[in-house]
Design a protein around this ligand. Structure first.
Ligand code: ATP
Ligand code: MG
Length: 365
């Protein structure tokens, strides 16, 4: 069997607490299913700064480039608020994204049946929700040039950001969305603002052409991003895969996140281009939440986002869809039994800590 190499970067705050549960899970999978996962450990964020004076060391960066997938916890915290800008904890994640060329950010919004009743939306709006937002991560207005503040000299300044997208960038993100749709409900909704943005016109054109050329079996719709935001809140179940640019994706994925409740539940994946020889994509998996310094070290963090990120890793990096389904079903089963960490606790449920939640999920897996 091909070896399966994982690099674990727990990071700071609750990152290491959540990662500890995934480490147990990996051991259990190897033991019960002979999956042959090999793990290496590295430092990122504040913990890397304390050890090496950098947000990630070159040695750990080399390990990340060689791994089949990277599991990332969370970085940052008040302890490092004053460190120099280019070695701040977040710089570790940015370097990983840049060097691994992770251009596709996948953010699922899934509503576990047991939690539908405690959503801020009506249960019928979110019950059974399973959508995937595919956000372009390395282009667009966050990176386009010129990007500056210029002094106009008359007491006025001008702030400039530039939205730039080239054909190849749109093509490759569209390709990821169409391919993922084929493993799901086979539907893609592309969102842009072609009515006011040239990059939106091109986005629409390139997605349409890619669809015609290679993915005509997938159902494709186009929606203006503002209308899309409205529809996402009104009736999110109309969507399967949403593909959109960096800025709209940033906002729409946060909106989608709140449909399902707690930050402690949400996984994400970031994928790169397929390797020319092996066809394997570089990939990094991380919970959507941050390092949560307010609850770090107390053993009460919800490990589900990290565990669900590992489920995405099984699905997208190792073609282990059956095992990923099983792991997601184990999470659902534990929630059905009424186990809750503090962040998702509601009346009548049983409060558990991080390790108890992890153990319960592993025992169902
Ligand atoms: P970042 O800037 O890294 O995104 P943040 O401060 O915006 O960090 P988080 O660190 O995710 O956001 O924390 C936001 C709130 O959500 C905090 O009150 C935190 O305790 C809570 N929270 C985040 N993740 C979890 C989790 N896994 N379990 C329980 N509570 C969580
Ligand atoms: Mg945040």
């Amino acid at each position: 069997m091909a070896s399966r190499k994982l690099l674990l970067l727990p990071g700071d705050g609750i990152g290491p607490e959540a990662m500890a549960e995934v480490r147990k899970l990996i051991a259990a999978i190897n033991e019960n299913f002979g999956s042959g996962f090999e793990t290496e450990e590295g430092l990122v964020g504040g913990s890397a700064y304390d050890a090496h004076g950098a947000a990630i060391s070159d040695a750990d960066m080399t390990k990340a480039m060689a791994a089949d997938a990277v599991l990332f916890g969370a970085v940052g915290g008040p302890k490092w608020d004053a460190v120099p800008y280019d070695v701040r904890p977040e710089a570790g994640l940015l370097r990983l994204r840049k060097d691994m060329q992770l251009f596709a950010n996948l953010r699922p919004a899934i509503c576990y049946p047991a939690l539908a009743a405690s959503s801020s939306l009506k249960p019928e709006v979110v019950e059974g929700l399973d959508i995937l937002i595919v956000r372009e991560l390395t282009g667009g207005v966050y990176f386009g040039e010129p990007k500056e503040i210029i002094d106009l000299g008359n007491g006025q300044k001008r702030g400039i950001d530039t939205q730039v997208y080239d054909t190849f960038e749109i093509e490759r993100i569209a390709g990821v969305a169409f391919e993922l749709a084929r493993t799901r409900q086979n539907r893609v909704t592309s969102m842009e603002k072609r009515n006011v943005m040239k990059s939106g016109v091109l986005w629409n054109e390139v997605v349409t052409q890619a669809h015609k050329a290679k993915y005509s079996d997938v159902k494709l719709d186009h929606m203006l991003a503002d209308a899309g935001g409205m529809q996402l809140v009104r009736w999110p179940k109309q969507f399967d895969v949403i593909v959109t640019d960096n800025l709209f994706g940033d906002m729409l994925s946060d909106v989608a996140a709140m449909l399902t409740g707690s930050l402690g539940m949400l996984p994400s994946a970031s994928l790169g281009a397929p390797d020319a020889i092996t066809g394997k994509r570089k990939a990094l998996y991380e919970p959507v939440h941050g390092s949560a310094p307010d609850i770090a070290g107390q053993g009460i963090a919800n490990p589900i986002a990290m565990i669900a990120s590992f489920a995405m890793c099984l699905r997208y990096s190792f073609n282990m869809a059956a095992e990923a389904d099983r792991l997601e079903a184990a999470i659902s089963a534990v929630l059905n039994e009424g186990l809750r960490t503090k962040d998702i606790l509601s009346a009548g449920m049983t409060e558990v800590g991080t390790a108890q939640m992890g153990d319960a999920i592993i025992s169902k897996f």
